[in-house]
Design a protein around this ligand. Structure first.
Ligand SMILES: *[C@@H]1O[C@H](CO)[C@@H](O)[C@H](O)[C@H]1NC(C)=O
Ligand SMILES: *[C@@H]1O[C@H](CO)[C@@H](O)[C@H](O)[C@H]1NC(C)=O
Ligand SMILES: *[C@@H]1O[C@H](CO)[C@@H](O)[C@H](O)[C@H]1NC(C)=O
Length: 454
């Protein structure tokens, strides 16, 4: 339950950061599309089509709108899915050479899907009819390659969608393309002192900084208005941290309430599916489609009765000036608006930083060892050295340590949930600070990992 509120965390820290080298596929036909689109149908003509369809040309072009706004325009026939998709593709043509968020994108296919959606009779349209969604390239899509950022999976295609993609497609979503992640799969967080070899995806707010990892393309594409919604996954801090670095909203729902079937596993005790958007309404829209709900429906209560816990967490010492000032600003805004805000500490069972880090390290390494054995056996030489090391158990993690770590972890979760139940909202940092400069450091997940399996 407590993690349902986590999406609130991403909004107050507008941090910008870095990333690096991606082998973008030959199937990646964007450059040809953009060239020919520019030759055959000048952008201005397409915008004129859009202008004509609008009752008022003071409205924003569709690529700038949230999903909730697009749905309204599609619903009242002010906009077609095709015109909306073209608007996004125009934006991508303009920005892709800087942001490089796509691992796979076939614009002509996107447009044919858009036209097919426009043909669906009004009474058979789903709750996400026409909405463009980018998919992190660790989730299977039946009509596009899924390459996990790994040379072992070059050109790999699955015949079936991942569970989440299938649910979205059934809701009428326009599955747009595949978004980048660090090369060689989700390797591991920098906390394990394992270097991420990222794609060259940049932070839309500053191309010299990372968008954060590992859902780097998902965060960057939504932040840069290239796609309206996107999907990601978090094992350490792979959703909330890039959302913070790129200044978008994200939701990492309660562990296991959305199926990760058809998504590459890393450490199943922590692997959590989630999504990126540019408004809270849009997060709600997706949460509803995925059937995410609390045990009881939250009741409306007056603002002054909301209780807010500010949790600096045991990692507070690593918070940089940006995070410190974001927390202070949040506190003073809420206090001045009459909210009850309390500084709340983690319960004693969960405050020992060394224990927390060890639990996370042992569980992640031992589970990843199992999850990457397949790639190791199939194509060891194409696997990042860090992952080879995990499979070869170079950190000497024993089964006994793994079992003990799982037990400790369960007791920490209980302790934190006991504290959480007394508050309507918990606010905690999303990232250490603004996104670091350079594309070689995807930033630390230290503020995210303790929430990931909650
Ligand atoms: C459709 O909805 C938009 C946004 O609310 C509004 O501006 C527009 O006038 C509506 N158009 C029609 C034809 O109802
Ligand atoms: C793991 O064990 C090997 C063999 O005993 C040793 O050489 C190595 O340093 C150990 N690794 C770690 C991370 O402790
Ligand atoms: C990992 O290394 C430790 C220490 O060498 C060893 O006790 C353990 O059995 C190894 N685990 C696996 C699964 O190989």
């Amino acid at each position: 339950m407590l993690s349902c509120f986590l999406y609130l965390l991403a909004f107050f820290s507008q941090f910008y950061t870095r990333a690096q080298l991606n082998d973008r596929e030959s199937a990646y036909s964007l450059p040809q599309f953009c060239d020919s689109a520019l030759q055959n149908q000048p952008r201005l003509d397409r915008l004129a089509v859009w202008d004509k369809q609008l009752s008022s040309n003071t409205m924003s072009p569709p690529y700038k709108l949230t999903a909730t706004q697009v749905l309204e325009l599609l619903h009242n026939n002010t906009l077609t899915v095709e015109v909306y998709a073209r608007s996004l593709l125009d934006r991508i043509c303009e920005r892709d050479s800087t942001v490089k968020a796509w691992a796979y994108l076939d614009p002509d296919y996107v447009l044919s899907q858009a036209r097919a959606l426009d043909q669906v009779p009004t009474d058979r349209r789903g709750p996400l009819h026409g909405i463009a969604i980018g998919v992190k390239d660790i989730m299977n899509t039946k009509d596009m390659p899924t390459q996990f950022g790994s040379p072992i999976y070059k050109g790999h295609r699955s015949d079936v969608d991942s569970s989440a993609v299938a649910i979205l497609r059934a809701a009428g979503a326009l599955i747009f393309g595949k978004l980048t992640l660090p090369i060689a799969g989700k390797t591991t967080t920098t906390e394990f002192a394992v270097t991420n070899s990222g794609p060259e995806t940049t932070n839309p707010h500053d191309p010299n900084r990372t968008p954060g990892g590992s859902s780097c393309g998902s965060a960057a594409a939504v932040a840069d208005l290239q796609v309206t919604l996107s999907l990601g996954a978090q094992t350490g801090g792979s959703i909330i941290r890039p959302a913070s670095f790129t200044g978008v909203y994200a939701m990492k729902p309660t562990y296991d309430v959305i199926s990760t079937e058809g998504q590459k596993a890393f450490a199943p005790t922590f692997d959590t599916f989630g999504f990126f958007a540019r408004s809270v309404e849009d997060l709600q829209l997706l949460a509803d489609v995925f059937g995410v709900q609390d045990d009881s429906t939250p009741s409306d209560i007056p603002l002054e009765e909301l209780s807010v816990a500010l949790m600096k967490t045991p990692m507070w010492d690593s918070a940089g000036p940006g995070t410190r000032s974001a927390m202070e600003t949040t506190n003073s805004i809420l206090t001045s608006e009459g909210f009850k805000v309390e500084d709340v500490s983690f319960p004693p069972e969960a405050t020992d930083l060394a224990t927390l880090k060890n639990v996370q390290k042992v569980i992640t390494l031992s589970e990843a060892r199992t999850m990457f054995l397949r790639e190791y056996r199939v194509g060891k030489e194409k696997l990042a050295p860090q992952i080879r090391g995990i499979v070869e158990n170079t950190s000497n993690v024993t089964n006994k340590q793994r079992t003990e770590a799982c037990d400790t972890y369960a007791s920490m979760r209980r302790a934190i949930n006991d504290v959480a139940k007394d508050y309507s909202i918990i606010i905690a940092p999303s990232a250490v600070d603004e996104a670091p400069l350079g594309l070689d450091d995807m930033g630390s997940a230290t503020f995210n990992t303790m929430w990931t399996a909650s």
